[in-house]
Structure formats: C-alpha cells, structure tokens
Write a protein that binds this ligand. Sequence first.
Ligand SMILES: Cc1cc2nc3c(=O)[nH]c(=O)nc-3n(C[C@H](O)[C@H](O)[C@H](O)COP(=O)(O)OP(=O)(O)OC[C@H]3O[C@@H](n4cnc5c(N)ncnc54)[C@H](O)[C@@H]3O)c2cc1C
Length: 294
Amino acid sequence: MQVPASFQYRKATSVEHALALLAEYGPESAVVAGGHSLLPMMKLRLAHPEALIDINDLGELAGIRVEDGELVIGAMARHADLLRHAEAGELFPILHDAERVIADPIVRNRGTVGGSLCQADPSEDLSAVFAALRASLVVHGSDGPRTVPARDFFVGPYQTVLAGGELLGEIRVPIRARDTSGSSAYVKVDRRAGDWAVAAAGAVVSVENGMVADVGIGLTALGAERFVAAEAEDFLRGGPPTEAGFVEAGRIAAEHCRPAADQRGPVDYKRHLAGELVTRALRHAVGRAAGRVR
Ligand SMILES: Cc1cc2nc3c(=O)[nH]c(=O)nc-3n(C[C@H](O)[C@H](O)[C@H](O)COP(=O)(O)OP(=O)(O)OC[C@H]3O[C@@H](n4cnc5c(N)ncnc54)[C@H](O)[C@@H]3O)c2cc1C
C-alpha cells in the first residue's frame, strides 16, 4: 500500500485562520479540500507538502446562492451540492450536465468545486465549464480578496495564477438578463460511466434578435489554451444560430485544439470528437433556449 511522506496537519476554522496557517507554514504547505486529487498525489509521492491546511470546516465557503445578479458557488461546495441545487441547474444547465458525468457519487460527495478548479487537471470538467460561462473567481490572500476571470485563472496543466498563501473562496457566474434568450449544455465522451473525459465540450449561447449575441465554448482534455475554443466563439458571435454554423464552429475548434495521444485515444480521434462535441453542445444549448429540448 502506498503511503504519503509525513506531514503536519492543521484544521482551519475561518478564511482568516486558513490564510494565517498558510503564512505560518509557508510555501511547503498545501490546502486540502476534498482530498480526492491531492491525497492520491501524496501517496504516489508526486506531491509532498510538509503541512496540510484542512479547510473542510469553512462553512462560509460551502454555500451556493444567487446574489447581485450572479450565481455564487463557494469553493467548498461539493460536486453533489451543485448537482442538487435546482436553481443553479435551471440558470445554467451546463453545470448539471457536467456534474452528472463527473466520477461517481462517492467522489461527488467529497470532491469540491474549488478543488477541481485549483487542481487544473487538463481533464477536469469544471475548468472548461466555468471558462465557457465566463465566471469570475474570488481569491483570498494576505492583501485581501482579488477577482480573477476564470479564463485567466488557468496558466497551464496543473498550474493556476494562485500564489503561495492564497485561497480560492468562491466562483461567481453572471446571470444573463431575463429578456435574453440563452442557454447552455455540456457533452462528454468517456470510456465508461464515471471515467475522466476522452474529450468534452461545453457551450453557453445567448441569442438576441435572431443573432448570436454572445457565446462561450469550453473544451476538456483537448489541449485548448485556457480550456477555450476562442476562434470558434469569434466565428459564431454576431451571426445566426444555424446548424451549418454549429458544424463550422466545431470544425474550427477541432482545427485549433491540441489534443495529446494517450491511453484514451489517438490525436485524430480526439480531434474528431472536438468537432462533433462542440457542434452537439451548441445545438443542445440553442435547442434548450428555444424550448425544443430539455
Ligand atoms: C476516482 C476519481 C474519478 C474522478 N473523475 C473525475 C471526472 O470525471 N471529472 C472531473 O472533473 N474530476 C474527476 N475527479 C476529480 C474530482 O473532481 C476531485 O474532486 C477534484 O479533482 C479535486 O477536488 P478536491 O476537493 O478533492 O481537491 P483536493 O484534492 O483537496 O485539492 C486539489 C488541489 O487544489 C488545491 N485546493 C483545493 N481547494 C483549494 C482552495 N479553495 N484554494 C486553493 N487551493 C485549493 C489543493 O491544495 C490541491 O493542490 C475524479 C477523482 C477521482 C478520485
């Protein structure tokens, strides 16, 4: 059985306390949330923090609420909390589409939304989802809170803009004006139920006066810069939301992403999936907005 190297363990009782503990233990400390990514890495000795700061008691970071025209999701909200939250699913169906296919109920009961984003695994589903939604991330540090657009949060595989001693506090998703016809969807191909994605795509579309007013397209496990298909978004914005447009957007996304060959499939297959899944996500999102599909 693999065991991690020895480490100190401290339980934070508030955000301020967590920040103080991170400052006290310095760069060799790490926050532990659900532990579903960090603990396996510690057992494999791929991560070896000297101190773990446990933030599981921070109820202030666990809530999900609507506030000031935004859906606010605490970093410590579990995947299962988000999946159970009816209003979040009604406002942004992409959230429930993705949460339904993340791992299994055991992982979803423990793993957190914030931990998923901070892990920045290229196969993590929520990174692409929040990039497509153009969410903002509120980060706490010794100089007070700062807000980072989700698209600027990820700087590479397993790398974020979080500096040592900083804590992700919440994710804020802007709610569209009620008179805008828009919706969202996430579609994923995995080898078996609950597995990591071979590839996945999310789309968030708003339509005004028969034209695409804005669109966000996120890609999972496809090597897209910052998890976004920016060229496909540019192609669609301002044009009519047609099937031919969705197919062309898929083609553009497939052309610009950089999937890597691995045990889940070769590059050509993943590129094919990128095109198909972007088209399907767009079709589904616009179909939902028009009330044609659920
Ligand atoms: C069997 C299995 C299958 C899985 N399948 C999928 C899947 O299909 N799709 C998917 O997206 N995910 C999948 N996951 C990952 C799952 O979503 C995890 O919950 C997630 O990766 C990490 O969340 P966590 O709360 O466990 O974070 P932890 O493991 O506790 O932390 C992960 C990293 O983030 C840091 N961190 C955590 N919270 C914060 C914070 N608030 N501020 C700053 N840093 C923080 C930690 O220091 C650590 O570096 C799977 C996991 C397992 C074990």
